[in-house]
Design a protein around this ligand. Structure first.
Ligand SMILES: Cc1cc2nc3c(=O)[nH]c(=O)nc-3n(C[C@H](O)[C@H](O)[C@H](O)COP(=O)(O)O)c2cc1C
Ligand SMILES: Nc1ncnc2c1ncn2[C@@H]1O[C@H](COP(=O)(O)OP(=O)(O)OP(=O)(O)O)[C@@H](O)[C@H]1O
Length: 353
């Protein structure tokens, strides 16, 4: 098991020393989207991107910013350097899946983490394109003309070979290439990065998380999985049992790992603490409605953190959730789990940086 010092690198931190995020405003109405020409977005909104001059772009939802996404961005940055141009990551907000799907998947990263990861990836700017039903309903050529003509001066485009776009998600990289080559824009549809013989994808990482299988998640993300939330009050019984827990409310759109008990770290108030984490409503207690479905015992920590923001990094799954036949048995088992975490990570907090 790596040390607490090594693991703290897995907390995604925003830094000032990275590429700027340029969020474009929503433009509604398919007609105005399809027909507005180069003036679709107000000048002041696109000015920071236009100021970059000719550029190379990579396009995607980038949920999780996994190894495939990273390889794609690296290729775009290398291409930009070779051309003496700037590179820009084009991403969408909200994630297109949230707009087009009747049952959107849970997200691996909140928007601000996704932006922070892209901004630190080596590109010169991150463009956030508002994704609406109107944008989704555009023909592929109308969609492409927005991407390449109305945001910045695009000279080459990098996507994965599986990239689909335009109304119904039916246009392919070959369609993109045909449209772009007539305009002197190069298109690169990259082979997908594989793990264990299968393409790395946000969908696959979600499936591993739901199975509590952290090893492929860590390999495919290139970091350990992180969830952010806010500390809220619970039933207040943990303290009496010898292990106070921070009950954590998370945005319902985020993917949690499978129910179970995990070893990990918690970041709160700028310090990183060893943590024994429980995912799932405790089956031992009847008043489940009042129980949190995510809670963590921060080892060595004391203090009031109600309402504070907290982030958890998941390092290892220790066991599944158990419906204990006695509270004593529950206490013995949970204290044993806490001891395991203490043995691996100690009982002291360390500053994040
Ligand atoms: C590391 C850890 C493991 C846990 N494992 C279980 C478990 O297997 N079964 C269960 O019913 N509750 C489990 N719990 C939840 C406890 O029952 C819960 O923390 C306690 O009831 C206090 O809840 P409260 O914070 O809502 O007062 C676990 C909690 C922690 C911190
Ligand atoms: N394994 C991969 N290797 C290289 N590029 C990839 C890989 N997976 C996705 N891409 C590309 O990265 C960009 C962003 O991908 P996107 O987030 O849309 O899809 P994804 O990771 O496959 O997620 P999902 O599973 O939700 O489809 C797209 O251009 C996509 O084709």
């Amino acid at each position: 098991m790596p040390s607490i010092g090594e693991l703290r690198r897995d907390f995604i931190a925003s830094s000032r020393d990275v590429a700027p995020l340029v969020s474009l405003p929503v433009v509604s109405g398919p007609d105005s989207l399809a027909g507005a020409g180069a003036s679709l977005f107000p000048d002041e909104a696109v000015a920071p991107l236009r100021a970059l001059g000719p550029c190379t772009i990579a396009i995607g939802a980038f949920d999780g910013f996994h190894a495939g996404h990273r390889a794609l961005i690296d290729a775009a940055v290398r291409d930009a350097h070779a051309r003496g141009m700037a590179s820009v990551a084009f991403t969408f907000d909200p994630d297109p899946d949230v707009v087009v799907s009747s049952r959107p998947a849970r997200r691996l990263t909140c928007a601000s983490d996704r932006h922070a990861l892209l901004a630190a990836s080596g590109v010169d700017a991150v463009a956030s394109i508002p994704f609406t039903r109107d944008l989704a309903s555009l023909s592929f050529d109308a969609f492409l003309s927005i991407m390449v003509c109305m945001v910045c001066d695009v000279r080459s485009i990098h996507v994965g070979s599986n990239f689909r776009f335009g109304r119904g998600g039916t246009a392919t990289v070959a369609d993109m290439d045909a449209w772009c080559s007539r305009r002197g824009i190069d298109v690169y549809g990259h082979d997908l990065v594989l793990d264990d013989g299968e393409p790395v994808s946000s969908t696959r990482i979600r499936t591993s998380l739901r199975a509590g299988d952290l090893a492929p998640v860590e390999r495919e993300l290139g970091r350990r999985y992180l969830v952010r939330g806010r500390v809220q009050s619970g039933r207040g019984e943990g303290t009496g049992m010898g292990f106070p827990t921070a009950n954590i409310a998370v945005d319902g759109s985020l993917q949690l790992p499978a129910e179970g008990v995990y070893e990990g770290l918690a970041l709160v108030r700028g310090e990183v603490w060893p943590a024994a984490i429980n995912v799932g409503v405790p089956p031992t207690f009847k008043d489940r409605a009042r129980s949190a479905s995510l809670e963590a015992n921060l080892i060595g920590f004391s203090g009031d953190i109600y309402d504070d923001e907290i982030s958890l990094v998941f390092a290892r799954r220790l066991r599944g959730l158990v419906k204990f036949s006695s509270v004593d048995e529950l206490i013995r088992t949970v204290l044993g789990n806490i001891e395991t975490v203490r043995a691996d990570f100690g009982e002291k907090g360390v500053p994040l940086v």
